[in-house]
Write a protein that binds this ligand. Sequence first.
Ligand code: C5P
Ligand code: C5P
Ligand code: ZN
Length: 457
Amino acid sequence: MHRLDKRAGHCADAILKARDIHVVSHIDADGLTSAAIICIALERAGREYSVEFVRQLDVSILEGIADSNPDLTVFTDLGSGMLDQIKALGISAVISDHHIPAGDCPTHLNPHVFNINGAYEISGAGTTFLLARALGDNNDLAGLAVVGAVGDLQHVKHGKLTGINRQIVSLGRRSGVLHCQRDLTLFGKQTRPVYKMLQYSSDPYIPGLSGNEDACINFLKGVGLRFQGEGWFKWIDLTVEEKKNIVSGLIQYCISAGIPAYKIERLVGEVYTLPREREGTETRDASEYSTLLNATARYDRAKTGLAVCMGDRDKEYENAIHLLAEHRRNLVEGINLVKSQGMVTLDNFQYFDAGSKIKDTIVGIVAGMSVSSVGNRNLPVIAFADTDDGVKVSGRGNYDLVRKGLNLGVSLNTAAQAVGGMGGGHDIAAGATIPKEAKSEFIKHLDQIIGSQLRSS
Ligand code: C5P
Ligand code: C5P
Ligand code: ZN
């Protein structure tokens, strides 16, 4: 038995002893799927619970929880950075998280404690799935765990899920809730016409095709794709032969366009589908599902996303689909803003300041997407966006930089603390909130810290 499972057992014991349980989770796809996994497991175990979603944990939120004093609070996809404060306030807690932790305790379920990397080997939904397994027969929740991991881009490093995520994939396949295969990695295989998949491709960004509808249609005609009147085919409607032709045509195109090999390789990878979901809908594809969830929780509509995760395919699903259209528009606008505004390049990172033009809850996604189209790959991207209580900072790197010593979780945390803010996350992606007037000082600190990280290896 893995040591993480043993720890999950301790956490499950604490849960089964409690009468009233409060779940606190994060407002993204991984946070929503984490919450759904624990809520379903609690329902199955006949337990009462309440749920709350937060952008990030801070002391005032913890004080509110301490005041309402539930028997037990289960923190999912967050909490590991605040263990001391949770303890100090006397909150009885189980913490199921995968961010770089500050400390440890017996009811803390976090891969880093066992030397497992929470950026790609297991997500918050994954740790919570282990917890659900310790609570009962919940292997069928592996599909949600994979949606959470894919939402956190954990499959990107190796082109497939690895580590404990791999074991979760196996459990999901055995339970009949998950299917995986090597396929084109572009977004929208269930729901978009194929030419739109190409047109909106941002990772990899394909010069000449990305953003150019006519070029995409011509490219598809060129590789012999038949068009059916006005009704454009989706990827799932194509024959195996047609898919092969498009993939090899795309690879050829990218080679002739001089796109570097590491980017071309990303065109094909393992993709995850949920066979119990209706074909041609967002929830059938793990990646589309996670974007649907982000379209709810990041816009203060987490309860809609949670309902979808817990099986609603009716009213709340419709609501989520409406929110998705708006989310897509916001992402396109965000990327366009970064393209027109450009990045400021310092010695050790590049940054853009979106002011109030990009919502703080999606500026990290925009930062990640802009790396492949506008950024310089040799430097991490840092994004700033105004919020009501200061400035939101989001950092995104890549695995070449991590190999050179980059750890954004540590550097954003240190630089933020130095100016009276707070931050944390993973080596490859992290965030922070800092006081408005501290931006230039923060930038100076961060440039220096990232510089020493990159020189350390
Ligand atoms: O809070 P959380 O752990 O759920 O979020 C992880 C973040 O890291 C996600 O926003 C994800 O997009 C980002 N990430 C990334 N590139 C990777 C891995 C993760 O941008 N290769
Ligand atoms: O908000 P953003 O998407 O940039 O967050 C990137 C990663 O950093 C996520 O894993 C998020 O949970 C984490 N983060 C954190 N503390 C913060 C802000 C973000 O741990 N104050
Ligand atoms: Zn997460």
